[in-house]
Write a protein that binds this ligand. Structure first.
Ligand code: HEC
Length: 190
């Protein structure tokens, strides 16, 4: 009897969570939208960053990142009426610390990457009914000056500038193709 009851409980649980879940079609729509927003965020941040790098190298671009990265991200978010968060398993700016769900997704991506699998976006609904689009952010060659190995791509001078702004910086030592972090785009429920 006990076993039947617990089976019943599990089935009800599965069923109710299925009911709240998004349909495949809805998920596909969020993936299209999420990709568009993520690309626009990267374009906005990357474009501004590279301009600063050209003008004055890391010495100019790091203070720029420090003050402008989150406001620029918010500009894109406001345009699409979503919220956008960049986070990582190796954080530089503690304002970007991951929550429990983001940590689980980062670990999932790290495991997939170590198996040589392709990383795909993830769409899921939270308890409040908000839909989240998560996508990986890989490290590219142009990121190395500020996220590569200290003493190699990141000069000691650049590292001390980073440390002066972020004393607990964990975001160096990356190689091209590594998982740098994720973007979490939240579509708020009405
Ligand atoms: C000029 C130096 C510089 C370059 C180049 C750079 N970053 Fe950063 N990055 C920073 C700084 C400074 C921060 C902390 C400020 C912020 O963005 O919130 C940061 C933060 C981040 C974060 C947010 C998570 C965290 O640790 O706080 C991600 C994700 C990130 N960078 C990815 C990248 C990627 C991917 C590239 C290359 C396409 C890149 N960065 C290039 C300096 C740089």
């Amino acid at each position: 009897m006990k076993r039947i009851l617990s089976l019943f409980a599990i089935t009800t649980l599965l069923f109710s969570s299925c009911q709240k879940d998004l349909t495949t079609k809805e998920k596909e729509e969020y993936i299209v939208k999420g990709k568009e927003i993520a690309q626009n965020t990267v374009k906005k941040l990357g474009g501004n960053l590279m301009q600063q790098m050209k003008k004055g190298g890391p010495k100019q671009a790091i203070p720029f990142c420090n003050t402008a990265a989150n406001p620029l991200t918010k500009e894109v978010a406001d345009k699409y009426q979503v919220s956008i968060k960049r986070t990582s398993h190796k954080i530089r700016n503690e304002d970007n610390n991951p929550n429990a769900t983001e940590t689980a997704i980062l670990n999932q991506y790290l495991a997939s990457l170590s198996k040589g699998e392709k990383l795909k976006p993830i769409v899921s609904k939270d308890k409040e009914g908000n839909v989240h689009f998560y996508a990986p952010m890989k490290l590219e060659a142009k990121c190395l000056a500020c996220h590569g190995t200290v003493g190699k791509e990141v000069s000691v001078k650049t590292d001390s500038l980073i440390k002066s702004l972020y004393p607990n910086d964990k975001a160096t030592g990356f190689k091209v193709g590594d998982l740098r972090g994720i973007v979490n785009i939240t579509f708020k429920s009405e």
